[in-house]
Design a protein around this ligand. Structure first.
Ligand SMILES: Cc1cc2nc3c(=O)[nH]c(=O)nc-3n(C[C@H](O)[C@H](O)[C@H](O)COP(=O)(O)OP(=O)(O)OC[C@H]3O[C@@H](n4cnc5c(N)ncnc54)[C@H](O)[C@@H]3O)c2cc1C
Length: 450
């Protein structure tokens, strides 16, 4: 059935408009009234000047679109909804995967199978009754596939590593429009590249990955007024200096609009409440706690710990890896208010994130012990400039402590993959890209080849 369908569209050159007849989903072209809505990313700060938007209905639509693009020498980039888009999409077809959002959890094999457009909250909710979880990050509304293709350093990364390395199989469409199933056995090179090397190698329709047993999960967040930041940061450094891999703790300076500036520590612990409280005890000595949500939580509530926005809006972000967080770095970090930024977060890395596991994917281990993540939510151009200036000021101040490298999933518009991958990995990824997709039918959000 699929072959007949593909032969039909291979027969003659088609226009983008003709594609509407072959695609079961929606094809939106420049000039269509809904074009600007359809091409918008969830993150409203990033423009997406694409040629067309194709909202696929199923895997067959994906194959049809790729075949068309190959034939017409066009390029396709995929996106669930674009939480951290690059904007590097001029003239390409944007394939939207939102409708490919099936999620199935198999408690016997401890695996999940998700469509390319599934979000983390779907997996967490489906796994929760079975006390199983995937390697989700802080936001429950980012795409499972998008984070795995780029690496994915989440709450349980210190214990279990990157989401990319939990993948068992991808169902995808290759650059000729043909369906493929990519596993360690079927195609070790491609399987390696797709686990952390981004969306440059195949168009994925579904993914299967390991779930982890989560019989006990403790987590939550404590908040204080920002004048307690020095004490909180000291406590945070003490906690993370000795933390077991089961504990993940993130320190945040937070200044939401119409709210006083705050300091928070969010944490998860893979174990019981008594041990968690004991590991986090230095925080209990700090007066003036405004809120403390720490308790035993079901896995399905993981995405709520940091209370990140789930609604589309303009966000600017910049991420850096830190070589350490000694007294001087702590003083520099707290030297000035974070205005006009919304948040400045320090995440504790290490553990399994610092190790390249045997048989792992292209995602590079993170040797840095901490990550600095800055976020601004500017509403106009003047505010945008002020946010950028503040991010530059902070990174200049912390200059000695920056590694100069960043995870793929944290890259921002204008940055590129040379910040993520060691040279030997880039050489291997680029050779593979040239051999598998010589006509550049696919473009990842931060392309491997320029
Ligand atoms: C609030 C927030 C919190 C975050 N927290 C974390 C965190 O804790 N840890 C972490 O590692 N990251 C985190 N991220 C970053 C996140 O992992 C990246 O944005 C990631 O790219 C997935 O998110 P997305 O929904 O933007 O993905 P998408 O835009 O859907 O996908 C990302 C990229 O993957 C590729 N891709 C997507 N679908 C396909 C497909 N079907 N076939 C081929 N390629 C495809 C494309 O190149 C695409 O541009 C966070 C982001 C936000 C906004």
């Amino acid at each position: 059935m699929e072959k007949v369908f593909l032969t039909t569209i291979r027969g003659a050159s088609m226009t983008l408009n003709d594609l509407r007849q072959s695609i079961k989903g929606r094809v939106v072209l420049r000039g269509d009234e809904c074009f600007d809505d359809a091409r918008r990313a969830w993150n409203r700060a990033v423009d997406q000047p694409v040629l067309a938007v194709v909202e696929v209905y199923d895997a067959e639509d994906v194959a049809t679109l790729v075949t068309y693009a190959r034939q017409e020498r066009l390029t396709v980039t995929a996106q669930q909804s674009g939480h951290r888009p690059s904007g590097d999409v001029e003239g390409v077809i944007l394939l939207r995967t939102e409708r490919l959002n099936d999620v199935a959890v198999n408690p016997d094999t401890r695996t999940a199978r998700v469509g390319a457009g599934a979000m983390w909250d779907q997996v967490l909710m489906a796994g929760s009754p079975h006390e199983l979880a995937g390697l989700a990050g802080s936001s429950s509304v980012v795409s499972v596939l998008g984070s795995a293709l780029g690496g994915g350093a989440g709450w349980f990364g210190r214990k279990y590593g990157f989401a990319a390395n939990s993948v068992r199989a991808f169902d995808a469409v290759d650059a000729d429009g043909l369906p493929i199933r990519v596993t360690a056995d079927s195609d070790p090179d491609l399987f390696w590249a797709m686990r952390g090397g981004g969306g440059d190698f195949a168009m994925v329709t579904a993914m299967e990955f390991d779930l982890l047993p989560m019989p006990a999960l403790y987590g939550g967040r404590m908040l204080w007024a920002v004048d307690q930041a020095p004490r909180v940061l000291d406590a945070y450094r003490e906690i993370t200096a000795n933390a077991p891999d089961e504990l993940s703790a993130w320190f945040t300076l937070l200044h939401l609009p119409d709210s006083p500036p705050l300091v928070t520590v969010a944490a998860t612990f893979l174990g019981g409440p008594a041990e968690a409280r004991s590991l986090l005890r230095p925080l209990d000595d700090i007066d003036g706690v405004i809120a403390d949500s720490r308790c035993v939580i079901p896995v399905g509530e993981l995405g709520g710990i940091c209370a990140e926005s789930v609604d589309p809006g303009p966000e600017l972000w910049r991420t850096e890896l830190l070589t350490g967080l000694d007294d001087r770095a702590a003083q520099l970090l707290l030297a000035k208010p974070i205005d006009p930024l919304t948040s400045v977060q320090i995440r504790h890395l290490g553990g399994a994130l610092a190790v390249d596991p045997p048989g792992g994917g292209a995602v590079p281990a993170l040797a840095a012990p901490y990550m600095l993540a800055m976020l601004g939510t500017p509403r106009d151009l003047a505010a945008t400039a002020a946010v950028r200036a503040k991010m530059n000021e902070i990174t200049d101040t912390l200059g000695d402590y920056l590694t100069g490298t960043k995870p793929y999933t944290s890259l921002a518009p204008g940055e590129d993959v040379s910040l993520t991958f060691p040279e030997s990995t880039l050489v291997r990824l680029r050779a593979l890209k040239r051999s598998l997709d010589p006509h550049n039918v696919f473009r990842g959000k931060f392309p491997i080849l320029r």
